[in-house]
Design a protein around this ligand. Sequence first.
Ligand SMILES: Cc1ncc(COP(=O)(O)O)c(C=O)c1O
Length: 380
Amino acid sequence: MLPPEPIALLDLTAEHAPYQAELDTAWQNTVQEAAFIQGPAVGQFAAELGAQLGGAHVVPCANGTDALTLALMSLNLPAGTEVIVPAFTYVATLEAAALLGLRPVLVDVLPDTFNIDPAAVRAALTPRTGAVVAVHLFGQCADLELLIEICQAAGVALIEDNAQALGATFTFANGTTAYAGTVGEVGTTSFFPSKNLGCLGDGGALFTRDAARAQLLQQLANHGQVQKYHHQRIGLNSRLDTLQAALLRVKLRHLPAAQAARQAVAARYDAALGAISGLHIPARDPRSSHVFHQYTLRVEGDGRRNALQQYLKQHGVPSAVYYPLPVQQQPAYEYLGSRVGEFPVAERLCQQVLSLPVHPGLTVAQQEYIIECVGAFFAV
Ligand SMILES: Cc1ncc(COP(=O)(O)O)c(C=O)c1O
């Protein structure tokens, strides 16, 4: 069995094809205007993204890891302050805290949504806790209802690492709906090329509803200065390039269509794979929309996930494991002193998860082939 046409896990060429001419024009105009740092496109992009996110302030920066660093810097936490983070995430979520001399405190995640477990957050709070970083993993919001309640009651800041769920929404019990990244003190995102809104290089941004914090973040991202050569704070050189902002303005216009395409792919997978025994399709939290940065299956049984991945590879279907190792097993974070078995859900997920292609350029024929391959694996 071979695919009707080669299948990629991420196909940016296919995704860009419908609006390649717009990208080319944006690129050429930026080169001609030659305002490469803090050119007009940066502010225009920030305003347009903010409008799409219900009026949040958007502060662009150089990448999603810097966004997390800047978010924590803006809280002004003393060295050694504890920052609660999920054990199942991309490492950048806690790298920022560790670099700033704060202490990441790992907690387990929920087995169905893969998102940080609010009960575990509550149990991990101490008088030294300064912040909780919740990740909206794979495109679906963490339990913002409980997280905001827990953080407010404890007087600690909630930071939303929204690198994977830009545009997702969460509906609270009181009926209000908010965009992911705009609920906590600060939200962060990444425009890494593979993200739902990706640029053509590195990029990132911060979100806040508080104008004063937005100003502070802006300052911190630009060497701590408000006025050129006048430095109020120790900051970073973390600016979004004008070129990336110009390209992001184009891609932002096409984001709703891209999200809809991802959701359609996910719905077809759900319908076709939902009944296979030993295989779990992604759980949906009814309070959150899901923008499917990843479509992540859970495969039960010792070694079955790896066997499925191998089988798919042999049949021309790429897949990926996000993430193969929980944070506590990363050598760089051994100093946190976590024990094997301490976060059983995160550890189990690392053995069981497998992400299938879900990019907007995936054709129906390609997807039908992927579904056929997964079905054939479980039929034997
Ligand atoms: C959850 C999460 N947080 C943070 C980051 C870091 O973003 P960046 O690669 O832009 O630094 C990423 C992506 O790479 C991510 O997936």
